[in-house]
Design a protein. Structure first.
Length: 517
């Protein structure tokens, strides 16, 4: 209801300070670096201008910023002029102006630390380079770091908003040393170069202790490492933050406020299913409830929940773990994934006997989950009587708010990518439609996108849908009946988000093209 800028202006008026929007400024590097990087991040404070009149500083919380403002005044010998900026705006500025990781690593390799150039080549600061790669990835909200050997060098890429971006090239001679450092931190064998290895590490950052899952695989040019950053902040979203509409949220709320039944979340790998389940668990988590989960792996800790890690070596599978959970007097059970008939059968029976069960499935849409369960030898009447809601989802990149602009697209252009009847149903019959795009700026690394949002399809199992399930109707019939009852498809939700200026036609096409074939 209130934009970030409006909130900032209201807070600035309350504190009797001028308001500044850092996203609209170009801050010189020497001005931004007046305050040391660590202090800037810890105190959430940014120097954005400096002239004869004084040093202009943006703060998110004036009440706690006085000692730092005094330090800036002492360091510069100038008057400090505090301005108020929103916390989100300051965090974006810290990400944009933190410096290029390539430049940072080049400086580390070239810096004079009292050694000869030959000594630096023989013993490069590998530990600091690895720390810089991880720290920069975290600040850029990357989900994964890929360290890939090439014929003549080593390439580092970050997956940001679901898309890989090249960020760093280092000399080939450093690749093996980087791998050794990562193996040491992950407690892996440093003398093994021909077999795949999996491990984990924990890195202490300014903001949090970051858990990282490590996978090392031998490829043609050497060993490749992929580091999955398991940041706690990526699981702190609410269902509103994820982009769920009020109508879909109402259906889901009806399901998770019951004390029994099953809620299934479907979609391909990396579509945010676990994030959605965690958002639901966060809402229903209370001291009166025993929430028990079985996951593979346990990536994020939920305070107050009992989380079990699947371990095939000790025969702790989803099925055997689920049987044990039922003897632990649970109220809510989260099964990381239903992979086989045995797990499906136990989960459905648990939902039937007074437990709220949440789980994920790999299917393309909500309706397909029903025949998938029946294929797993779950009786149709059990599916009909236990499943409350099936949620299908995809993730699309959001248009960067700092460089968003409006344009028009013709009906002919839209119908090249989407079926004409779908376009007409969602947008009406017009010759032109207003849409939005991002021009590309420093904030979004010239991509035009910043952050991601979900496209949702929420199938509520009503009396009519139950009847179709018990009659073993196929997925298309169930989907048509659900649509008639008001279910918005993933594609329909995509069109709504394009019209609202949240995402682009290209993004919706990218994540839904398999359904259009």
């Amino acid at each position: 209801m209130v934009t970030d800028e409006q909130l900032g202006q209201a807070l600035a008026a309350n504190f009797k300070l001028p308001f500044v929007n850092l996203s609209k400024l170009d801050i010189p590097e020497e001005v931004f670096n007046v305050i040391p990087d660590r202090v800037t991040r810890r105190q959430k404070i940014v120097v954005f201008a400096r002239d004869a009149g004084g040093v202009k500083v943006a703060v998110a919380d004036p009440a706690t910023s006085r000692p730092v403002l005094e330090m800036v005044a002492k360091k510069t010998g100038q008057k400090v002029l505090p301005h108020l900026a929103t916390l989100r705006d300051i965090q974006i500025a810290l990400r944009v102006y933190q410096g290029d990781v390539q430049k940072l690593v080049d400086n580390l390799l070239a810096e004079d630390i009292g050694r000869t150039a030959e000594a630096v080549l023989e013993d490069p600061p590998v530990a600091r380079i690895v720390d810089a790669i991880i720290e920069t990835a975290y600040q850029n909200r990357a989900s994964d770091i890929h360290i890939e050997p090439e014929e003549s060098g080593c390439l580092v890429r970050y997956r940001i908003d679901g898309v890989l971006q090249d960020v760093l090239h280092v000399p080939k001679r450093l690749h093996d040393r980087l791998m050794t450092r990562i193996k040491v931190l992950s407690s892996l064998r440093t003398d093994e170069h021909m077999a795949a290895q999996d491990g984990k590490m924990r890195v202490k950052l300014e903001e949090e202790h970051l858990d990282i899952r490590v996978s090392i695989l031998p490829i043609a040019d050497g060993e490749k490492a992929v580091l999955r950053l398991l940041s706690s902040r990526s699981r702190q979203y609410t269902l509103h933050d994820l982009g769920m509409s009020e109508a879909d949220l109402a259906k889901l709320t009806r399901a998770f406020t019951k004390s029994y039944g099953a809620i299934l979340c479907t979609g391909p790998t990396g579509s945010g299913k676990t994030t959605t389940i965690y958002a639901i668990l966060k809402i229903i988590n209370s001291r009166e409830k025993n929430i028990t989960t079985i996951e593979d792996p346990v990536e994020y800790r939920i305070r107050g929940a009992n989380q079990i890690q699947v371990n095939p070596k000790t025969n702790l599978t989803f099925a055997s773990g689920l049987r044990s959970i039922l003897r632990q007097d649970p109220n809510v059970i989260f099964v990381g994934e239903i992979r086989d008939g045995e797990t499906a059968g136990i989960a459905v029976n648990a939902a039937l006997t007074g437990h709220l069960v949440l789980s994920t499935l790999h299917t393309n849409d909500a309706a397909t989950a029903i025949p998938r369960l029946i294929d797993m030898k779950v009786e149709p009447f059990l599916v009909a009587s236990t499943v409350s809601v099936i949620l299908a989802q995809r993730l699309v990149r959001q248009i960067c708010p700092a460089c968003k602009y409006e344009m028009e697209i013709t009906a002919e252009e839209v119908t090249k990518s989407f079926p004409p009847e779908v376009v007409k149903e969602n947008w009406g019959a017009k010759n032109k439609y207003p849409v939005f795009k991002g021009k590309g700026c420093k904030i979004c690394r010239l991509s035009g996108y910043s952050g991601r949002v979900g496209l949702f399809e929420v199938l509520e199992v009503t009396a009519e849908i139950r009847k179709l399930i018990t009659q073993k109707a196929d997925a298309d019939v169930i989907a048509k009946a659900a649509t008639k009852e008001g279910m918005k498809t993933i594609l329909g939700d995509g069109f709504a988000k394009i019209a609202a200026g949240v995402t682009t036609v290209e993004e919706v096409l990218r994540v839904t093209k398999s359904e259009l074939v």
